[in-house]
Design a protein around this ligand. Sequence first.
Ligand code: RUB
Length: 323
Amino acid sequence: GTVDVDAAVVDTADDIAEMRIRGAATIADAAAEALAIQAERSDADSPGAFQRQLRTAAKTLYETRPTAVSLPNALRYVLRGMEGETVADLRETTIARAEEFRTDLEQAQVTLGEIGANRLRDGDVVMTHCHSTDALSCIEAALEDGKEIEAIVKETRPRKQGHITARQLREWGVPVTLVVDNAARRYLDEADHVLVGADSIAADGSVINKIGTSGLAVNARERGVPVMVAAQTIKLHPDTMTGQTVEIEMRAEEEVLPPEERADIVADAPNDDGLSVENPAFDVTPPRHVDAIVTERGQFPPESIVTLMRELFGETTGEPWEV
Ligand code: RUB
């Protein structure tokens, strides 16, 4: 039988690669949904063909962006639920498993928010970086508790995800001060917390998040502002338990320097080489600069996150489609 993946899976993969779908939790949700659509629409004529098709779909989704571990964790979780002797059974179990994943993901974010809100007091000012739905869930829960929260929102060059954060916070009525990334240290004097999300958490408690998070955390430590990381357990990176490091995505030069601006810089240069642009999307914040990691299972000092990782992902090895 055929192993061609459905066009909807290719579209989702494209949306993730191009960041029309972005943020670790949202990527995981979209990937699970895409596997369910693949299962629903599969034209496989045998159980083996169905399984091959789902694995190919998972691989297509996986090969989009490398840093957010929520993506392989989601794919692995859904594929592990693919069970049965017939195509009909495989289809049904895969769809049910994807739905279960998506419901649990949403619930985990709500629970995490309630736990994280306990750290926020009435009148607190929170500094954010990038756009994290897990981090925003903490603010939403604090607002629901009747606390007044204000936000200093870092713009987050080059993609300006700070605008998405500002938009959401303003929708909730939160007073927002938007600042360029370079102004963060100056405005830390007015902040009670730094609150960020994560794309991956390593076994040693390192936090992999949007580029600029590590510098922000260093400055926050110097200013005595606690750094809180909101991250569902789907962000725990199981491979780091065996010493693997998390791949940091490098994105296109054009995000930083559009072609016409590049042309301007090299206008008087002897040749067109010699100007390179680096555009890492993420960086690593060491555990010593993180005060708490808030998950749906409770809040943890970064150094103890490995215990939770072992409990939840102890048996996990291999590529997500090799389940
Ligand atoms: C997004 C980013 C977010 C985390 C957490 O980077 O770094 O902080 O993914 O988000 P990008 P969430 O915009 O490059 O995808 O809490 O929503 O999972």
